[in-house]
Design a protein around this ligand. Structure first.
Ligand code: MV4
Length: 448
């Protein structure tokens, strides 16, 4: 096992990893920009190293600065958290070339899943159901027409190098295809430096369901069920829950086994998430994320598993302790993302937190790195905390969330907390009846 781990991240996820390290008797090293000298992750770690000025590109994304921080402190492994360098295959390679361990999957698997066409081809080969569409990229309008005619309208044109919803165009009929196709290519080139696009059948009212997988890198893998992350605004998740309100135990077992078997075949190491669109009882692969996700705590709650501990164990070359037959779901969990943003326009709202009080009690978890008097810097993501509740069933989780939100105090900055207090009153949220477009429509209705 490692003696010392460096956490190449900040905020709540850095704290999350430090907590796992401390429980495992592993020393932790925080890295921080000059803007984060007073950050909680710096105070909670055993040691810290300043790695550069405020902009991420010169600090949290600086590969040489992070590798140097390992050398200075004697850290043997790097946990990347999410975002920043967590899905950067070049970084993984560099970490390994310096005799250090990256706590995450192999560079090769990150690379495969980073290219959306390769990811989809790989998924299909591994037996994962994918959205009907073009085989690989589509280079000209004529081919696009043929593909669209084959699968039927509406279709969606997506950037190969994309992800997170950027560079997508929907065409509802043949007349709209040419413009959609050309616009998608132009935007893909501008946004990602790569004009390649592919085509899929457009699913009109799906849910976003993602399967948590975990592999030992030696041919064993398990699944930890699904999360429903359909409540999004502009491709940013707002609320996530597990299990998915629309997914049956049989569906979970079936798609879960498909995913676990696929990861076993790949020899995948550590935590991963396989994203699906789910419509009319069918799962369609869209992407795979080769990292720990923001919303991992809802899975931890219902399975009683510490995913970060497992990541560290597998990276250290230990046997995976997770066995599919031992993994069972207890109750229901919901996470809401607390962002320093003004509702309803979601403009970032950095500044000083004049008062903070976190809720507590049975079934309540708060992952946050803020504190009384903390100044939220303007340079980074606006996520300042996550409130996760766990109940014996969905109604109990919802009641607990409502109660916890009533206790939560974050003064001095605008946050998304008032949004959740409103959202919980809606009958569709109470019943779990929502798709990927529900939230945008609700926001329209509610705040116009
Ligand atoms: C789709 C789709 C409908 N049909 N693909 C958006 C981000 C990227 N991860 C994939 N996305 C979508 N792909 C097909 N074939 C609709 C979306 C989509 C979406 C997906 C998940 C969560 C929220 C979304 C909001 C708008 C569109």
């Amino acid at each position: 096992m490692f003696d010392k781990i460096l956490i190449a991240n900040r905020g709540e996820i850095a704290l999350r990893v430090i907590r796992a390290c401390r429980e495992m008797g592993i020393a932790s090293v925080a890295v921080h920009s000059t803007a984060d000298a007073d950050a909680m992750h710096v105070r909670m770690a055993d040691e810290s190293v300043c790695i550069g000025p405020p902009p991420s590109a010169s600090s949290y994304l600086s590969m040489p600065a992070i590798i140097s921080a390992c050398e200075i402190t004697g850290a043997q492994a790097i946990h990347p958290g999410y975002g920043f360098l967590s899905e950067n295959a070049t970084f993984v390679q560099m970490v390994e070339d310096h005799g250090l361990t990256f706590i995450g999957p192999r560079a090769e698997h990150i690379r495969i899943m980073g290219d959306k066409i390769t990811a989809k081809e790989t998924a299909a080969q591994l037996g994962i159901p994918v959205v009907p569409g073009s085989e690989g990229g589509v280079a000209d309008v004529e081919t696009a027409r043929q593909v669209a005619a084959g699968i039927g309208y509406p279709v969606i044109i997506k950037a190969t190098a994309g992800g997170g919803g950027r560079g997508m165009k929907v065409a509802h009929d043949d007349g709209a295809l040419e413009v959609a196709f050309r616009t998608a290519r132009t935007e893909a080139k501008a946004a990602f430096g790569n004009p390649d696009v592919y085509i899929e059948k457009y699913l009109q009212k799906p849910r976003h369901i993602e399967i948590q997988v975990f592999g030992d890198g030696r041919g064993r893998a398990v699944h930890l069920g699904e999360r429903d992350c359909s409540l999004q605004r502009r491709h940013q998740k707002v609320l996530e829950e597990a299990p998915g309100p629309a997914i049956t135990a049989e569906e979970r077992a079936r798609i879960g086994k498909v995913c676990a078997d696929a990861m076993a075949q790949l020899g995948y190491a550590g935590a991963g998430t396989i994203e699906f669109l789910y419509e009319d009882g069918e799962f369609y692969f869209i992407e795979m994320n080769t990292r720990l996700q923001v919303e991992h705590p809802v899975t931890e709650a219902i399975f009683g598993v510490d995913l970060v501990r497992e990541q560290i164990c597998v990276a250290a070359g230990n046997e995976m302790t997770l066995r599919q037959e031992d993994l069972s779901i207890r109750g229901h969990a919901i996470e809401v993302r607390i962002n320093a943003e003004r509702v309803p326009d979601f403009a970032p709202c950095p500044g000083r937190v004049t008062q903070y009080h976190a809720p507590g009690g049975l079934g309540v978890r708060v992952d946050s790195a803020i504190y009384d008097g903390y100044s939220i810097p303007p340079y980074y993501d606006s996520l300042i905390g996550k409130l996760i509740v766990h109940g014996r069933d969905r109604p109990e989780a919802l009641a607990r969330l409502n109660r916890a939100l009533s206790e939560l105090i974050v003064d001095g900055v605008d946050t998304t907390v008032p949004l959740f207090r409103e959202l919980l009153k809606d009958p569709d949220i109470q019943s779990g009846n929502y798709s990927i477009h529900w939230l945008e429509r609700w926001l329209e209705r509610h705040y116009r």
